[in-house]
Design a protein around this ligand. Structure first.
Ligand code: BG6
Ligand code: MG
Length: 216
């Protein structure tokens, strides 16, 4: 039986990818490196350090460890500027209804996000109190696609992995959910999350009641 729903944050509950893009783009411009919206798609669900590695590509050899750290901090500063303007209006369509549905069904509910800003984002959206537990970019060492963050979250909830449904918009997140032996539900296009157990085009398309009833 399904006892818990574990939600990814960026891309499932709210759309922060534009803010991440603006932050990375600003940094890339300052460093004289090209970075397009398309390049940004590869960073979906990917940790901050891995994102910078991808952005730099071969240029990574031109930088010291300290410079790498400084660039991560600089981008995060830009990202956090955008976050100060976040509010309830930044919930993705259907997200509010989804959270209510999970609650009404008596299921446990958690966030498992790669972001070290997850708690700030949840606060901005004013939904922190909705969750039984919140795992973020500080919770585990091995980022998605490793299953660690989901297993850690299940443990905190006191449920078994097979009792969890994961909602994920990123390729690496679906990989992580599958590796954790959870029901992996992709939210987004087939090309990105078609390898999950199930898929919905968007958060607004998730009919949880119908989905869970058919799962049994
Ligand atoms: C994920 C985002 O949720 O968090 C990624 O999808 C982001 O784009 C990652 O890089 C890490 O976020 P942060 O806030 O720790 O830099
Ligand atoms: Mg995501």
């Amino acid at each position: 039986d399904i006892k818990a729903i574990i939600l990814d944050l960026d891309g499932v509950v709210t759309e922060t990818s534009e803010y991440h893009f603006q932050g990375w783009k600003r940094l890339a411009e300052e460093e004289g490196i090209s970075f397009t919206r398309e390049d940004n798609e590869q960073l979906r669900g990917v940790s901050r350090s891995k994102s910078l590695e991808l952005l730099l590509g071969d240029y990574i050899d031109n930088y010291t460890k300290e410079e790498f750290q400084e660039m991560m901090d600089r981008k995060n500063g830009y990202y956090q500027e955008y976050l100060t303007e976040m509010g309830e209006e930044d919930l993705l369509p259907g997200a509010r209804e989804l959270l209510d549905e999970i609650k009404e069904r008596g299921l446990k509910m958690a966030i498992a996000s790669a972001s070290r800003n997850a708690k700030t984002v949840l606060k901005g959206l004013d939904i922190t109190q909705e969750f039984n537990t919140i795992s973020d970019g500080y919770s585990v060492e091995n980022a998605k696609p490793a299953p660690d963050i989901f297993l850690h979250t299940a443990k905190k909830l006191g449920v078994k992995p097979e009792e969890c449904v994961v909602l994920e918009d990123a390729e690496s997140g679906v990989d992580a959910a599958l590796a954790a032996d959870m029901v992996a539900v992709g939210v987004g296009p087939k090309e990105r999350v078609g390898h999950g157990d199930y898929r919905f085009d968007s958060t607004a398309d998730i009919n949880l009641t119908e989905f869970l009833d058919n799962l049994k």
